[in-house]
Design a binder for this molecule. Sequence first.
Ligand SMILES: Nc1nc2c(ncn2[C@@H]2O[C@H](COP(=O)(O)OP(=O)(O)OP(=O)(O)O)[C@@H](O)[C@H]2O)c(=O)[nH]1
Ligand SMILES: [Mg+2]
Ligand SMILES: [Zn+2]
Length: 312
Amino acid sequence: MHGLVIRSTGNSCIVRTDEGLLVECFVKGNFRIRGIKSTNPVAVGDVVTITVLDGGKTAFITDIEERRNYIVRRSSNLSKQSHVLACNLDQCLLVVTVRHPETNTVFIDRFLATAQAYRIPVILLFNKQDLLDKDDTVKTEKLCSLYGSIGYRCLRCDSLHGQGLNELRILLTDKTTLVSGNSGVGKSTIINALIPGSELKTGRISDKHDTGMHTTTFSEMLELPEGGWLIDTPGVKGFGLYDMKKEEISHYFPEIFECSKECRYGDCTHTNEPDCAVREGVRTGSISESRYASYLSMMSDEGEGKYRHGEQ
Ligand SMILES: Nc1nc2c(ncn2[C@@H]2O[C@H](COP(=O)(O)OP(=O)(O)OP(=O)(O)O)[C@@H](O)[C@H]2O)c(=O)[nH]1
Ligand SMILES: [Mg+2]
Ligand SMILES: [Zn+2]
């Protein structure tokens, strides 16, 4: 039988077969995907072949179709290995909050660069609009205009009260979308609002740290009533630079890449070379300081970088 992996909990996963059956499947011990050193050989979004044994009591995944794409983060305990968050994606929805909790721009930029490296488009969704005071609103507008000018679509919503979701709904229809963001930004709440009856568990925000409680613990794929799939994922703190070489990092910041064509040296790292158009752009304001700071942060944590330890 053929099917789609819609949930993966470590030891086993749930496959939805082409016939619409839900089957719990195990992965055979030494089954590994070529070329990827990952802690989870099978991930949500994989298209698989399954074999059912014991008259239907046990099922195994016996083949995985080649992935169109995938997005990984490094595993915390096995830093040389990666964890495939999901695969065969059409786009990512990055949920961001300027308050309660606050998403920092380094996190946003690392996510955008990672997705750019995998050539997966990203929509930025600014959630919890109901909580914003005047300053927060100004901040949100600035961020939307910054990321909009680079070419990312930015939307705002209040998912708790179901406000501002109509435009989003249209963008999600008939697509497979990975929903990502820090813990507590409202990923599961958004999916509950878009898919009545999904009843995903949602958590509160810690009063002490103003961070989420890591309520979602495994990735899960849910079908939209309009057609298409959403993938709820556990909140992440950061992404490793898996598969990304230092000299490539600037390629994944579209506006920095564009500007770098004017640098004096073709291999300019935009750190201390003379006649660097990127640093000049930061000085004159055509490149944002926060984006440049994120670029430098990614450049400086190659190898044993802090994100390798900071992740969870
Ligand atoms: N005021 C307000 N609260 C919201 C909004 N969206 C989500 N919340 C609240 O934020 C808290 C966290 O929401 P979740 O949906 O669990 O967040 P998550 O991103 O799935 O978190 P993890 O599963 O831990 O990664 C819950 O108490 C939600 O009710 C919103 O638009 N406005
Ligand atoms: Mg969640
Ligand atoms: Zn330069």
